[in-house]
Design a protein around this ligand. Structure first.
Ligand code: AMP
Length: 240
């Protein structure tokens, strides 16, 4: 798609990145399990670039692009945006010098086997390997609880929760002072549809990556710090 693309601020940790081998990983998990929170921690601490397909779609919607218009009709119903469109969008976002240099944390992509196979092709084209895929495991009840009350920053994507992680100033991001927003698809009927789609289409990715010897399972019901510790356990963090 040649239409202008929405921008998201990424890769600001030059210092941190300077002596490390880029980390390349995927986060798999149902909506609300905390993929965005973990991607943000991994970015802050390890310098890899978070690429959230959902966040990219939302930025496209916000920027009023053709891609945004197209995606919106699927997103508001809790359905997946067609894979062909999603794959091309992610191919473009991944094939940059920045991502090559700093690595990536994919959040929300791939979402089904077709997308996982396309990601394999993108990685072959880029001549890079995936380090591992993390499955954040949690039951559906916890998901629903976490999604009701969730707010995200409209600029930097930082995630807040009215009960468990309220912002210091109501409605404003602690990090960049921009307004916070509740997502239109964080409503009960849409949440249920997104969970159904996850179990049907995305959960099979665990087998896909298990067979490749790349799957790491983590208990996603724990606190963000505990989940982070499980993700990085066994990782060679001094990767210079
Ligand atoms: P997320 O922010 O990951 O929960 O994504 C929000 C919505 O964006 C999803 O419910 C889908 O409608 C759409 N979306 C995000 N990532 C993908 C993907 N990889 N494939 C298709 N649709 C996606």
């Amino acid at each position: 798609m040649s239409a202008p693309q929405a921008t998201i601020e990424v890769g600001q940790n030059e210092e941190l990145n300077s002596n490390t081998r880029p980390l390349r990983m995927i986060l798999i998990g149902p909506p609300g399990v905390g993929k965005g929170t973990q991607a943000s921690l991994l970015e802050q601490r390890l310098g890899a670039i978070p690429l959230s397909s959902g966040m990219i779609f939302r930025a496209e919607i916000e920027a009023d692009t053709d891609l945004g218009h197209l995606a919106q009709s699927y997103i508001k119903r809790g359905e997946l945006v067609p894979s062909g469109i999603t794959i091309e969008m992610m191919r473009k976002r991944m094939s940059t010098d920045n991502v090559r240099k700093h690595g990536f944390i994919l959040d929300g992509f791939p979402r089904n086997i077709r997308q996982a196979e396309a990601l394999d092709e993108i990685l072959v084209e880029m001549e890079i390997d995936l380090d591992f895929a993390v499955s954040l495991d949690v039951n559906d009840e916890i998901v629903v609880q976490r999604l009701s009350g969730r707010m995200g920053c409209t600029k930097c994507g930082e995630i807040y929760h009215s009960q468990t992680k309220p912002p210091k100033r109501e409605g404003l991001c602690d990090k960049c002072n921009s307004p916070l927003m509740t997502r239109s698809d964080d409503h009960p009927d849409t949440i249920r549809e997104r969970l159904r789609v996850f179990h049907e289409q995305t959960a099979p990715l665990c087998d896909y990556y298990e067979k490749k010897g790349l799957l790491k399972r983590v208990d996603g019901s724990k606190s963000p710090e505990e989940v982070y510790d499980q993700i990085v356990a066994g990782l060679d963090l001094d990767r210079s």
